[in-house]
Design a protein around this ligand. Sequence first.
Ligand code: ADP
Ligand code: ADP
Length: 231
Amino acid sequence: SGEVELRNVGFHYPSRADVRVLNDVSFIAKPGERIALVGPSGAGKSTVFSLLLGFYQAQQGDIFFDGKSFKDLSLADTRSSMGLVPQEVLLFGGSILENIGYGRPGASKEEIITAAKQANAHEFIANFPEAYETTVGPRGIKLSGGQRQRIAIARAILANPKILLLDEATSALDTASEKLVQEALSHLMHGRTSLIIAHRLSTVRDADRILVLQNGHIVESGTHDELMLRD
Ligand code: ADP
Ligand code: ADP
């Protein structure tokens, strides 16, 4: 399981009925496939994620999860199947261990530590994020973009979703940090259907398929090599 299909999806934000943000968008991500979404800012990539997360409903077409229409699934069902790793990782109050624990309420400390290790995030789990340091706990630490991503990846590993929605960071990471994030991601993505908003060529090269979005339309799709040959 873990198949997602968008079938002829058309969408406009309720506040802006005149702007068609997605137009006749169709694709299938088979279980375990990695599909990259690329295209200019404003093309509609994040909106695809918002629909999959159930933040909005498409006015045209339908979305299917393992063959079932979103119209017949509860928001709780679809949400618990989707794991989002956002571009900007939000950290909450509490230690980093607790932050990772939000991925699956009720998880044991051992389970959280295992997920943290798999995401290369375990050295700093006892610390607090800087903004949330307390007078009683350890001092808060400043976290790099890569460290925050690894925390979000650990959270997602713990949540164990069928479908991953990854919004790649736009800002470049240094080589060492990049390697740690890549290792964490390969752990997370292993065997899972992944939709990736890609800003980097390296991700696109690994994808089973690349969908090029422009003005809410899929204008091209294929593997990295296929798209290169066409241009
Ligand atoms: P990006 O270019 O990385 O997609 P944006 O700056 O376009 O980011 O969007 C950032 C956030 O603002 C997103 O959560 C998006 O949903 C929201 N947003 C973008 N455009 C509008 C808009 N016209 N009205 C309201 N919210 C918007
Ligand atoms: P991308 O992720 O490819 O940069 P988005 O999906 O964020 O594109 O945005 C697609 C279009 O929808 C843009 O024109 C953007 O301004 C608009 N948009 C995004 N979020 C909102 C929102 N919450 N309300 C109204 N318009 C939005």
